[in-house]
Design a protein around this ligand. Structure first.
Ligand SMILES: Nc1ncnc2c1ncn2[C@@H]1O[C@H](COP(=O)(O)OP(=O)(O)OP(=O)(O)O)[C@@H](O)[C@H]1O
Length: 348
């Protein structure tokens, strides 16, 4: 059974009597014990989606089933109890300045009416697990950003939720602290078996710890794929733009500072993964077919040990050899798409 299942979720806001659909028929199933990333451009609906899952916002239509309970259709005491199965962390921590670390972590347990002895035991267990024992009596002002976020995560997990929702938990942190918070989230999944939803605009966070990732675009999920598939084979326009792989030739020309390419050249988008990324395919294609292949934009790297390259290449030469080179690249496992229909993209 999935830990979270969204079916046909819709949410609109009215602004100056104009209805704006922030979530449009969103369906998503998140397996228990996994980290689900949610990415998308600003305004695509990420935060709204988290607010609807946590019932901070009521959906207009659809089902929001968390750990077996449909939060969209619960009210009163039943909703309060069901919400304890969810923990939430935010970018800005939302911790209380007037309380110590231990008192912050205790807060949700106090609100749930748990007895003092049980609260002390649970808080002690969490502070130990999060390496915060030495800070139990410290106040917010005495903590680093990373420590604050660990306190916020510990507090979110106080009531032993099945699911942790995290909204941009690392965007206020430097690279090193980000890495340690991401590692903490990974341990939360691995050692506590908690399902995590991670809303982020940082692709590195997705690459580092997510199992699957959903791409939101204008309130719709346009891709729900494994993390390797996002990086190695992005299919939606939104995912390609998020990865810095634009589909628009004009945008690429601006990026490379060339308003016009030579008449005998075309722009190619090239994706290589696994074995194809280990071969010197571009050099071979250029040599065999007597053309120039010039990488003008993109990235190469390794994703969970699979080498990959997402490249924008200017191919220069005669139409026939370019078409044969493209065929050769495809036969050797590269995904090749002409970007430019004006400068003869149809030749490939
Ligand atoms: N309470 C609200 N009233 C009216 N419009 C809203 C409200 N909350 C969100 N919106 C609109 O819904 C759309 C989605 O907003 P949301 O905050 O979910 O996007 P996001 O992807 O989280 O963006 P960001 O990355 O900038 O946080 C935006 O156009 C936003 O202006």
């Amino acid at each position: 059974m999935p830990a979270i299942s969204l079916e046909g979720v819709r949410k609109s806001y009215s602004l100056a009597q104009v209805e704006f659909r922030a979530l449009d028929d969103v369906s998503l199933s998140v397996e228990a014990g996994t980290i689900q990333g949610i990415i998308g451009f600003s305004g695509s609906g990420k935060t709204t989606l988290l607010r609807c899952i946590s019932r901070l916002e009521r959906v207009d239509a659809g089902r929001v089933v968390v750990d077996g309970a449909d939060l969209a259709h619960l009210d009163g005491a039943a909703l309060r109890i069901a919400r304890r199965r969810l923990g939430i962390v935010f970018q800005q921590y939302h911790l209380l300045r007037s309380r110590t670390v231990a008192e912050n972590v205790a807060l949700p347990l106090e609100l749930a009416g748990i007895g003092r002895t049980a609260i002390a035991a649970r808080v002690g267990e969490l502070l130990e697990w999060f390496g915060l024992n030495g800070k139990r009596d410290a106040y917010l002002s005495q903590l680093s950003g990373g420590q604050r976020q660990r306190v916020a995560i510990a507090r979110a997990l106080a009531t032993k939720p099945a699911v942790l929702l995290s909204d941009e938990p690392t965007s206020a942190l430097d690279a090193e602290t980000t890495a340690s918070v991401l590692e903490t989230l990974q341990r939360v999944r691995d050692e506590m078996g908690i399902t995590i939803i991670l809303v982020t605009h940082e692709l590195n966070a997705v690459r580092a710890i997510c199992d699957k990732v959903a791409v939101l675009d204008h309130g719709r999920i346009v891709e729900q794929v494994s993390v390797p598939d996002l990086f190695l084979r992005p299919s939606s326009d939104a995912a390609r733009r998020l990865l810095g792989l634009p589909n628009s030739p004009d945008y690429v020309r601006m990026l490379i500072g060339e308003s016009k390419l030579p008449a005998d050249s075309i722009l190619l988008s090239l994706q290589l993964a696994g074995a194809s990324a280990e071969l010197p395919l571009l050099t071979q294609a250029a040599r065999y077919f007597g053309i120039d292949l010039h990488v003008v934009h993109g990235e190469v790297g390794r994703l969970r040990d699979v080498p990959y390259g997402n490249l924008i290449v200017v191919a220069r030469g005669e139409a026939g050899p370019i078409a044969r080179a493209v065929k050769f690249l495809r036969e050797n496992g590269a995904a090749v798409n002409p970007l430019d229909s004006h400068d003869g993209g149809n030749r490939a």
